[in-house]
Ligand binder design. Structure first.
Ligand code: IMP
Length: 427
């Protein structure tokens, strides 16, 4: 396929990084199109481990163009830190491009992220639990058309005017709405002017790069961040991020039309996990949930926070198939479920009034009222980690996979059988 979009199908942590790494090796252009440094992605290259937040995954391959698209919010300090870290390890990053339209995360965005979370927690007792990187406030400025973009960052005369105007507006919010300390705008201008000077060489028109690459027959990979249930419209609002991690976001966040997308691969796990609060119909609050957590290593990579675990939820997966237009699924961690006995899959939800829902509900209130309707499937045993062909999997494992495909309405073409990048079956 000439162009592929990779998206997370659940609440994140599905193992997108592994699938993206495998595909990035073969890509001519790798694009990040939404989110910012709220994402975290570990790339293993030989014995070296790289932790990336903003740099696209292909950055290790000098011939692969890596684009930070217009839909991304860029924290220049974090990006320069990542580039410098890469340079120290011999990676030039000369293949990086940043769209002129990408919005810049400014210090007031991080401050407002913190203040808004504090305010929400005090007012309602529940905050979003953001990553605190200023993502939401930056997208807010973009939507109210006062944002500072990459173009402005790289031009001191534009930057100066916007730091004054947008900075004053944000300072007013910090001070008058939240009772915080206004920020020193002159110091911010000087600091960000220097960042602009260092990043100017990467500035480009990402839409043109992508369109031309595709038309030249190059392989284009849109690297997803976050996941479907964190999408601002189609996720579990308001416990979502402020952008569109779904497949449509790849077009909007790059500046190309949907006809340019050839395939959309949704990455999921053979069970479900969720971090933080909010309804989770198939959650296992028992020994089995603990067993899956321990066997699957379901602990946050940066915080070490235990993830909540539960059965595979076909209602969620059908939602992901629909809103992303998935052409294929990549499901990881079939090895984790080996030997745990009978498996359950949620095929629909039942509400307290007896109504059966086949589709993922729109509101959190409705989701909280849902209990899963399960189908039981015979479990499988054995070590899957050396299987490289579908036929090498235990028969009962193959039946589980086939049943998931039927329930989700999408073929599972990539099957994860272990943590290693090579522990994958392609069908
Ligand atoms: P924000 O994106 O920092 O505003 O956070 C909003 C919500 O999205 C929070 O619940 C975060 O934990 C979640 N979130 C943001 N980025 C990621 C990610 O890359 N993986 C998983 N959760 C994320």
């Amino acid at each position: 396929m000439a162009s592929s979009v990779i998206v997370g199908t659940q609440w994140g942590d599905e193992g997108k990084g592994k699938i993206i790494d495998i595909m990035a090796k073969k890509a001519d252009l790798v694009i990040r199109s939404s989110g910012g440094n709220n994402a975290g992605h570990t790339v293993v290259h030989g014995d070296e481990v790289y932790k990336l937040h903003l740099l696209p995954s292909g950055i290790l391959y000098p011939k692969t163009t890596c684009l930070i698209g217009s839909g991304v919010v860029v924290d220049p300090k974090v990006l320069l830190g990542e580039i410098s870290e890469m340079n120290k390890r011999g990676v030039t990053c000369d293949n990086l491009r940043i769209d002129s339209r990408a919005d810049i995360i400014m210090p007031w965005h991080r401050e407002l992220d913190r203040l808004e979370e504090e305010f929400k927690a005090k007012q309602t007792g529940v905050n979003v639990g953001t990553t605190g990187r200023g993502i939401g406030p930056c997208y807010t400025d973009k939507a109210r058309r006062v944002g500072i973009r990459m173009y402005d960052l790289c031009r001191p005369e534009c930057l100066k005017k916007l730091v004054k105007n947008t900075g004053e507006l944000n300072n007013l919010m910090i001070e008058k709405v939240y009772g915080g300390q206004p920020l020193d705008l002159d110091a911010i201008f000087e600091e960000y002017k220097a960042y602009g000077e260092q990043l100017a060489k990467y500035e480009a028109d990402g839409s043109v790069i992508t369109f031309e690459s595709y038309n030249d027959g190059k392989t284009v990979l849109f690297e997803g961040a976050q996941a479907t249930l964190l999408d601002i419209d189609f996720g579990t609002y308001p416990f979502v991020t402020s952008s569109h991690p779904i497949a449509g976001g790849a077009c909007i966040g790059t500046g190309v039309g949907p006809k340019l997308i050839d395939e959309v691969i949704g990455v999921g796990k053979s069970y479900t996990t969720r971090v933080g609060n909010g309804p989770f119909p198939t959650e296992l609050n028992d020994d089995l949930g603990d067993l899956i957590r321990n066997r699957g290593g379901e602990f946050g990579t940066t915080t070490g926070r235990p993830r909540r675990t539960g059965w595979f939820d076909a209602v969620i997966m059908r939602h992901a198939v629909r809103v992303n237009g998935l052409t294929a699924l990549a499901i990881n961690k079939f090895d984790t479920l080996s030997g745990i006995g009978t498996l359950k899959v949620c095929v629909a939800y039942k509400k307290s009034d007896g109504t059966v829902l086949k589709d993922f509900p729109v509101t959190l209130e409705e989701l909280a009222d849902c209990t899963p309707i399960y189908e039981e499937i015979e479990g499988y045993d054995g070590d899957l980690s050396d299987c490289r062909k579908f036929d090498e999997l235990p028969e009962k494992c193959r039946s589980y996979i086939t049943r998931l495909e039927e329930l989700c309405g999408c073929p599972i073409t990539i099957i994860g059988v272990g943590a290693g990048n090579d522990q994958v079956i392609f069908r």
